[in-house]
Design a protein around this ligand. Sequence first.
Ligand code: BG6
Length: 307
Amino acid sequence: MFETERKEALMKPDRRATSQSGMGIIQDTGLNGLPRIVLTHSSGASVEIYRHGAHVTAWKNEGGENLLFLSRESRFERSHPIRGGIPVVFPQFSDEGALPKHGFARTNEWALVKNGQLSDGTVFATLRLEENPDTIRIWPHRFALEYSVRLSDALAVRLSVTNTGDNPFRFQIALHTYFQVADIRLIAMLGLRGIELVDGLRQNVREKETRERIAFEGETDRVYVQAPNRLILSDAGHHRELYIEKSGMNDVVIWNPWIDKSVKMEDFGDDEYQRMVCVETGNIAVPIVLSPGARWEGATKFSVGSE
Ligand code: BG6
């Protein structure tokens, strides 16, 4: 649990729904009966979180626009990750190991351990995942993940990993955020010039990014190693900029499946690549090693401005 939350929490209701001056936390069931949490801020902004994967599936601003992409083909089933929103990737990135792709955090059900409202009006929920017989079977380690989702005029998420076992373990971790964009051909990523990248579509060749504005003209799958902590996603079609600020997380991945891969993905619409881009923050290139009792923490904050 995070220190600031412990100190600042004004209420920690366990009731199914609370509401105060238009702010609130509702626990109910979402699609296919999966447990869901909805946070609403006094501004009218809201966040929807599924306990399946601790998956943020929607973040709406005060005007009700969803800033995150969620595929219309997404499955909401316990055995499958949700396609869109913010999948939590742990303890393996992609297929860089023997575990299921992107690990198991996104297909396990997390517990809601705390929720409330801070003195500045921020509404939050904290979810937790520990080892269980299924995770032990494929990854023989004891751990505790905590994920705090805070909604104010921004969306701030904080993730921690504690080694609760007796042996060290290694992990990769990422927030695989899908942004909703008006038109993939009109967006640009800013802030990555001069950064070393590993291109997953060209046998992991390493090179330096030369572009100030990275446009998307085809399938893209790149890890930027030791990326700056502040990046901008320019979405000209929506006349807005998204600001991504990370801490404790070294790398950034940009991903868009484009045409052929979209067709092959059964939980993604063939044309949906045009309206999304993933900008992922995490520790991917160099896995983290945690000794028994040690704790790692990283965070990412998302906010929006007009272009
Ligand atoms: C990205 C990877 O992070 O996730 C891609 O770099 C991968 O290689 C993509 O295709 C989506 O993965 P998944 O398992 O959600 O289809």
